[in-house]
Design a protein around this ligand. Structure first.
Ligand SMILES: Nc1ncnc2c1ncn2[C@@H]1O[C@H](COP(=O)(O)OP(=O)(O)OP(=O)(O)O)[C@@H](O)[C@H]1O
Ligand SMILES: [Mg+2]
Length: 270
């Protein structure tokens, strides 16, 4: 299956009077590798949940391909993989069993040989083959994270959401995994990651930069420092204060890039 496009049209999420996401509009093409950046608490995980069908927005629309995610249109369950920020794996299972059980749950119609093949493929891809017989609670944090990622790759979903998949990995592994996600995208998958790690951002096709629930930049990573008037992308964080969110979001909506986004990539988002 080729990567599927994802559109957010003026997505908002409020709890009581508290606004957690505001007017988020994005257009992600099939096969793009997209990073979601921003300070802790700015709404990255909430956005990923809204885009993946786990959290119904209080405003706006999410389209996965042509299907409106929250209007009751059917989106096939095996279309998406979601790696949450907190690992959900069974501590007492061994790695291969965890993967095998997950594969069986997700692909109830697949034959045992097919399941075993998928597990083998994921063990190799995640560099876990040597640890396949180790209990999950005896793995290092980074190894456990790799099991979580591997589980979501078992079904080879064309759309993959990963919430801070590289936190807790050493710098070499972090780069290795960002390259792996980039390669998955090059292979036709649409891949969205949130990250606080600033080192491999040039691998991304696009960055979404969030501040206090608003998108304050969406575009190629190389264009972001100029927008914020800084030298390096890693220098933007001090600019992303809650009091600056409104004016940064307004400035972004006045950029030629946003005009192009609306006219070329996001018809009807105004
Ligand atoms: N269901 C909810 N009810 C109330 N507040 C919520 C809910 N979900 C999220 N929030 C709040 O929304 C804000 C954004 O949370 P979110 O988890 O999306 O942030 P984040 O950008 O992923 O942060 P981090 O980088 O620390 O993971 C936080 O202040 C959080 O407490
Ligand atoms: Mg988060």
């Amino acid at each position: 299956m080729p990567g599927v496009p994802v559109y957010a049209l003026n997505v908002g999420f409020s709890v009581k009077k508290l606004s957690i996401l505001q007017r988020v509009s994005l257009s992600i093409k099939g096969g793009e590798f997209v990073g979601v950046l921003g300070p802790s608490g700015c709404g990255k995980s909430t956005l990923l949940k809204a885009l993946s069908g786990q959290l119904r927005p209080t405003d706006g629309q999410v389209l996965i391909g042509r299907a409106d995610l929250y209007s009751g249109e059917k989106v096939p369950v095996d279309l998406m993989g979601f790696v949450p920020q907190d690992d959900v794996v069974h501590p007492s299972l061994r790695v291969r069993r965890e993967l095998y059980f997950s594969a069986r749950l997700r692909m109830p119609k697949a034959k045992p040989a097919e399941l075993a093949n998928r597990v083998k493929e994921v063990l190799e891809l995640m560099d876990l083959a040597a640890r396949h017989n180790v209990r999950i609670d005896r793995l290092s944090g980074g190894q456990r994270k790799r099991v979580s990622i591997g589980i979501e790759l078992l079904t080879r979903p064309p759309l993959l959401f990963l919430d801070e998949p590289t936190s807790g990995l050493d710098p070499a592994l972090e780069e290795h995994f960002m390259k792996l996600f980039r390669d998955l995208a090059r292979g036709g998958r649409t891949v969205l990651v949130t990250t606080h790690v600033m080192s491999s951002l040039d691998l991304l096709d696009l960055v979404v930069i969030m501040c206090a629930g608003q998108v304050v930049f969406f575009g190629p990573p190389k264009d972001a420092p100029g927008f914020f008037g800084v030298e390096e992308l890693s220098d933007i964080y001090p600019k992303l204060t809650a009091s600056a969110a409104e004016s940064l979001a307004g400035k972004f909506r006045n950029t030629p890039w946003f005009a192009r986004l609306v006219s070329e990539r996001l018809p009807g988002a105004r």
